[in-house]
Design a protein around this ligand. Structure first.
Ligand SMILES: Cc1cc2nc3c(=O)[nH]c(=O)nc-3n(C[C@H](O)[C@H](O)[C@H](O)COP(=O)(O)OP(=O)(O)OC[C@H]3O[C@@H](n4cnc5c(N)ncnc54)[C@H](O)[C@@H]3O)c2cc1C
Length: 306
């Protein structure tokens, strides 16, 4: 019910106008999105990097249904990477890319070609690309494209979602030398047939996957704001003798900023995921609709910086 209301709101230009002009919205958007323009993204990146944080940038797009839209997204990433390089913000800043924004839903080859062009630009700028993971219907296709990209750009990062039952096995596959893997809980509303449903099961899966990645040969990127999982991550990293150059923590822009600073102060690598672009309305509303629990997630972040 809540999901259909939010989805209906995400498609209504009247609600968009209402939300976009409400004073409360400006605070929400400013807190979680770096701004509408590439310059805003560069500005936010500079501030974070100066504070000792690493960054991954995500260009927000609407549903990509035509090749022109997919190519425009690619071009935005190419220009962003060039500017990051020129500003001396690489390798501290890298980019996160959604294959759906590059055409995956209607032409996998186009998505691959576009992702490859972005990997080449990242390589030229001295940094890396991570392929975000979307809903479970795209997992096989995304991992297949990842494998193709890694032949020429082995540092291309993957994302695995602990809520999926398959993920332990994917972690084993991907815990190889040089393999960058972001582990997150997962943000989509997935059926029981493919995903654990209770938070306890998801958390236990996260710990099992974290152990596989930290004991493996790759470069684990632990993306979570969950204090319990962060503490376990710190403990397991010590156990597996992983210093700050051999794994990292990741969190979203605007969520638990004080915890992000604390981890940097403790000597860990902390990468902030920074979304930017003028399509923030669809982005925030879809994140909420995909999983109404995200509403509580963003609301909690607004009242707490810890
Ligand atoms: C860098 C990054 C990249 C991501 N990439 C993807 C992706 O490619 N695909 C995908 O599906 N998902 C992605 N996600 C989203 C992820 O899957 C989760 O939906 C999201 O991170 C929420 O899960 P959580 O582990 O942070 O903890 P939650 O389960 O949301 O929260 C667990 C506990 O953490 C604490 N907590 C959480 N938020 C706060 C807060 N604001 N203030 C204080 N305490 C808090 C509370 O104690 C809470 O009970 C990404 C997340 C991050 C951080």
């Amino acid at each position: 019910m809540l999901r259909s209301v939010i989805l209906a709101a995400s498609r209504s230009s009247q609600v968009e106008r209402l939300v976009a002009t409400a004073p409360f919205t400006r605070d929400v958007v400013r807190r979680f999105v770096a701004g509408a323009k590439t310059d805003d993204a560069l500005h936010a990146t500079r501030a974070l990097v100066d504070d000792g944080l690493a960054v991954t940038l995500d260009n927000l797009g609407e549903d990509t249904v035509t090749p022109d839209q997919a190519n425009a997204t690619r071009d935005e990433y190419l220009s962003l990477l060039r500017l990051l390089g020129e500003a001396g913000l690489t390798p501290a800043a890298e980019v996160s890319v959604k294959l759906s924004a590059l055409g995956q839903m209607f032409d996998e080859q186009l998505a691959y070609d576009n992702a490859r062009a972005i990997c080449a630009a990242a390589d030229a700028a001295g940094t890396t690309v991570t392929l975000d993971m979307e809903d479970h219907t795209t997992t096989d296709s995304t991992l297949e494209i990842l494998g193709r990209l890694r032949k020429d750009y082995p540092s291309t990062g993957a994302v695995l979602q602990a809520y999926l039952r398959r993920t332990e096995s994917d972690c084993r596959e991907l815990a190889s030398a040089g393999s960058r893997v972001r582990l997150c809980k997962g943000a989509y509303n997935e059926p029981e047939s493919v995903a654990y449903q209770s938070t306890l099961e998801v958390d236990k899966s996260y710990v099992r996957c974290m152990n596989i990645l930290l004991s493996g040969e790759g470069y684990p990127m632990l993306a979570t704001h969950d204090p319990r999982l962060i503490a376990i991550g710190e403990d397991r990293a010590r156990w597996f003798d992983r210093g700050p150059d051999r794994f990292e923590f990741q969190m979203l822009y605007g969520i638990r900023p004080e915890e992000q600073t604390r981890l940097v102060g403790e000597g860990y690598t902390l990468r902030t995921y920074v979304p930017y672009g003028d399509q923030w309305y669809g982005y925030l509303m879809r994140r909420l609709a995909e999983r109404p629990a995200n509403l509580a997630f963003f609301a909690r972040a607004l009242v707490s910086k810890k």
